[in-house]
Design a protein. Sequence first.
Length: 191
Amino acid sequence: MNYRLATLADVPALEELIPLSARKLQTEHYTAAQIEGAVGTVFGVDRQLIHDGTFFIAETEGRVVGCGGWSKRKTLFGSDRARSTPDPLRDPATEPAMIRAFFVHPEFARRGIGRRILELSEAGATAAGFNKIEIIATLPGILLYRAFHYVNVERFYITLPNGAAMPVERMSKNPPPGQDKTARAPKLVGN
């Protein structure tokens, strides 16, 4: 498995991966109406993350099988189709970085792809000087984030375009004490 930063050339593959992942891997936690209401808005590509160099993909044999990243922007979640205003930067000294848009191809689920992308994302956010990291977690992702010591801050519902309401959790994590905030993000290599 190789991990690298996403480019705009990856957008078509991501636009196929994200709905497939959501429709296959979210069904134990969300209804069909919730999933369909989220596809394209909550579950979708945010090109700003790609432009910022904070969005990773996992690929094998030239096939994109996972994605996710972190954001230094104000937007909490969702695709760029759901946003109509500028997305200003966060202040790393006072605001958290956001973990964003984790999706894995169903054939590659539970093989450590999400874990590796989360490690890369946390390292990137910490290297950029963020003192805290948050995520708006979908219910299937909560166990992964708890394993990385994220704690629940609040549970709330996102109202979707089709009128359905999707429960999510805001989770938070502070980097380990003494972690060097000036360290560089790790180089991307296959495993």
